[in-house]
Design a protein around this ligand. Structure first.
Ligand code: NAP
Ligand code: ZN
Ligand code: ZN
Length: 347
């Protein structure tokens, strides 16, 4: 067992604190990763604050992880010592169900093992990436192309794949009008990726305060959702809307912006329900869908796509002791556009 430095939440209400956690001994197919950077996803905050249900405290969160391979198990063949790698939201799955066999481990019918707050195969609770090292089965470790700046790569492992997957599934591309609701961590990646796929992108943000950034990321248009005129002007417009908002919104107002056969995909995960009026769907044969991260093969595809298109997250690098302040800034939509913890500050 390896005892490593980490940051953990002691409870739903206490600030996160420095601590140590244990990593298991390397199994034959495991690799040990020395973590360089860990992104702060809003899901980390939902989890530690208990928004989604009971949590096994103390808990170390973090599922946007990049670093280097420090050691490989006796039968591990996919990664070599020194390789730059990443870990996202899953560290294992059953590998036998139809969805796992199809490379859709995020939809494992027997439940995948989350990077944190899940029960691992040895019965312990998984602990995430706000720590100096992690031990992971090599099949759930991604290759991170070296052309992506190291400190900016971490958010791709959740924010990147969570937006790439629905954009790819619903065929964002030339001739398609895509709207992105909320321009935070996920939202700004959705804009960049949809633009790189060739779609015409509109940002729907609470205010116009980030308009210059949105246009610089490649969006053609940018509207404030606080202005009722936005919903009149954009009625029946979009083929695809990606909702990344972490809080409940009036989903019917957004459904009315879809054109015939359009789809609104919610990746945002507020704990409250989003009540849908069926009449908001009837009008233009619209669909309302959800999407969860992405499978391991698709995550690799996304990393390679971002490398080949020169796409990287916009980040604010922070030290371990700044995590609690960063959480408050995320909660007040004051993030430009992902906080990333420099794990060297934890050593
Ligand atoms: P984030 O950085 O906080 O971004 C959320 C954005 O939503 C904010 O920047 C803000 O954008 C907008 N927003 C926040 N509160 C709002 C409100 N009350 N009304 C309207 N808009 C509001 O969060 P994130 O890390 O991107 O995560 C977003 C959500 O996705 C979270 O719920 C997270 O748990 C979920 N998530 C889901 C998956 C999945 O697999 N489906 C994966 C990762 C994360 P503007 O300032 O532009 O309005
Ligand atoms: Zn996440
Ligand atoms: Zn499975």
């Amino acid at each position: 067992m390896l005892t490593v430095n980490a940051i953990a939440a002691p409870s739903a209400t206490d600030p996160l604190v420095r601590t140590t956690i244990d990593r298991r001994d390397l199994g034959p197919r495991d690799v040990l990763i020395e973590i360089s950077y860990a992104g702060i996803c809003h899901s980390d905050i939902h989890t530690v604050r208990g928004d989604w249900g009971p949590v096994p405290y103390p808990l170390t969160v973090g599922h946007e992880i990049v670093g280097h391979i420090a050691e490989v198990g006796s039968e591990a063949t996919k990664h070599a010592v020194g390789d730059r790698v990443g870990v996202g939201c899953m560290v294992n799955s059953c590998r036998e169900c139809d969805n796992c066999r199809a490379g859709q481990e995020q939809y494992c019918l027997n439940g995948n093992v989350g990077t944190y707050a899940s029960t691992d195969r040895d019965g312990t609770v998984t602990q995430g990436g706000y720590s100096t090292h992690i031990v992971v089965d090599e099949d759930f470790v991604l290759r991170v192309p070296t052309s992506i700046p190291h400190e900016a790569a971490a958010p791709l492992l959740c924010a990147g794949i969570t937006t790439y997957s629905p954009l790819a599934h619903w065929n964002a591309g030339p001739g398609k009008k895509v709207a992105v609701v909320g321009m935070g961590g996920l939202g700004h990646m959705a804009v960049k990726i949809a633009v790189a796929m060739g779609a015409e992108v509109t940002v729907l943000s609470q205010t116009l305060s980030k308009k210059d950034d949105g246009l610089a990321f490649g969006a053609k248009d940018y509207h404030a959702t606080s202005d009722p005129a936005t919903f009149e002007a954009l009625k029946n417009t979009f083929d695809l809307i990606i909702n990344t908002v972490s809080a409940p919104i009036d989903i019917n107002a957004y459904l009315s912006l879809l054109r015939l056969d359009g789809t609104l995909v919610s990746v945002g995960a507020p704990p409250e329900p989003l009540p849908v009026q069926v009449f908001a769907l009837f009008g233009q044969r619209r669909s309302f869908a959800g999407s969860s991260i992405g499978g391991i093969p698709e995550t690799q595809q996304m990393l390679d796509f971002c490398a080949s298109h020169g796409i990287a997250p916009e980040i604010e690098l922070i030290k371990a002791d700044e995590v609690n302040d960063a959480y408050e800034r995320v909660l007040s939509s004051d993030v430009r556009y992902r906080f990333v913890i420099d794990i060297n500050s934890l050593r």
